[in-house]
Design a protein around this ligand. Structure first.
Ligand SMILES: Cc1cc2nc3c(=O)[nH]c(=O)nc-3n(C[C@H](O)[C@H](O)[C@H](O)COP(=O)(O)OP(=O)(O)OC[C@H]3O[C@@H](n4cnc5c(N)ncnc54)[C@H](O)[C@@H]3O)c2cc1C
Length: 330
């Protein structure tokens, strides 16, 4: 394809609304498109999603390509990849952006292959230089950043959650909605979803938490994690963990933060009994303040923290907990 123009965002929906990550990616797309003098396009794929097109326009899209079909009711690779490819071929963008989500991780590389291009995954920043997209990604477990450009078109990236600012929604923004037929052969969809079970998450989602109390192997037990949960609840926060703590069975894998876990950006992260391995810290690059409690003064975590306490956590956390409880009560 030639004469590519536009920054296309592959939108995601959640519980009948546009997903937060899509609003963030649209914010980035608007900034890039304005720099290039090109439009922002969005691909909205799903069943019964057409009414959400206006929300995408309010969030920065100029054109929304809607593929609304029963076969797209749930995310399935075999259905979404050809639908997304069809929109890309029709829109002919110079840049395609997705969120670094389960969908983005699955769809991004497959779509890039079909379009004959490449995708930079999990980008922290995007900029235009000399008319090309410069994509910044963390490397060496988050200890350095690498910048990538792509010779092929379209240039593609997935964008890390909370790395980009959404625009303030403007309901008066005008845009164009273009319907695209799905044309997907049901026989080509090789997976069949027979049941879906939702895990009821209690309390605040890790990704949204302003305060996270993170526990590592040094917490030592399930009971230790209960103390951390109590502290997190009192501070209206959430509990996070390291892979070692999950492997030891102290907490659920859903709480793991890091390279192969969740990426979080709290205002305060209290790291308890955590060594500070680069794979864990990779999930914390957006944390504004880190307080570390570790009995080893040489622990790597002290390189990252604003305040460090060299101590057995059992000598610190219960006292801190009762102080917070006192302050809350008084
Ligand atoms: C490919 C790959 C991907 C990975 N992805 C992730 C990931 O996503 N997230 C992740 O977390 N890890 C990940 N890891 C594992 C990572 O390398 C570390 O092994 C892990 O983060 C260590 O967890 P930890 O700090 O809890 O345990 P440890 O390294 O065992 O550290 C425990 C710390 O607790 C301290 N301590 C012990 N007792 C006490 C006490 N009573 N009071 C205070 N401090 C105490 C110790 O001094 C020590 O510093 C990954 C590894 C690989 C190879």
């Amino acid at each position: 394809m030639a004469n590519e123009s536009g920054v296309l965002v592959i939108a995601e929906t959640a519980d009948g609304a546009v997903a937060g990550i899509t609003l963030e990616v649209l914010g980035a797309a608007r900034r890039l498109a304005d720099g290039l003098g090109q439009p922002v396009q969005a691909a909205l794929l799903g069943q019964g999603v057409e009414p959400l097109a206006q929300a995408l326009i309010a969030a920065g899209a100029d054109k929304v390509y809607v593929v609304d079909a029963p076969i797209l009711a749930e995310y399935q690779t075999d259905a979404f990849v050809p639908a997304a490819e069809k929109v890309c071929r029709e829109a002919n963008p110079s840049i395609v952006l997705l969120g670094q989500t389960d969908v983005g991780r699955d769809l991004g590389p497959r779509l890039a292959f079909r379009l004959g291009t490449a995708v930079a995954m999990d980008c922290l920043d995007l900029a235009i230089s000399g008319g090309r997209l410069v994509m910044t990604r963390a490397c060496y477990g988050g200890n350095a950043n690498a910048q990538h450009t792509c010779k092929a078109m379209p240039q593609m990236a997935t964008v890390r959650v909370k790395s980009q600012e959404p625009l303030a929604p403007d309901a008066s923004r005008q845009g164009q909605v273009i319907k695209v037929a799905a044309d997907i052969d049901p026989a080509a969809v090789r997976t069949k979803i027979t049941d879906r079970r939702k895990v009821e998450a209690e309390g605040i989602r890790l990704e949204d938490a302003e305060v996270i109390v993170g526990g590592g192997r040094g917490v030592g037990s399930l009971e230790g994690f209960q103390t951390l949960t109590e502290l997190a609840d009192l501070m209206k926060g959430a509990v996070g963990s390291t892979r070692a703590a999950c492997d030891a069975g102290f907490c659920s894998v859903a709480t793991q933060i890091g390279l192969t876990g969740k990426v979080v950006s709290p205002a305060l992260y209290i790291a308890v009994g955590i060594s500070g391995a680069s794979q864990h810290m990779a999930g914390l690059s957006g944390a504004k303040n880190i307080v570390a409690i570790n009995k080893d003064p040489e622990a790597n975590v002290f390189r990252y923290c604003r305040y460090g306490i060299v101590s057995d956590w059992k000598a610190v956390v219960p006292t801190f907990l009762s102080k917070v409880r006192q302050l809350k009560a008084g």
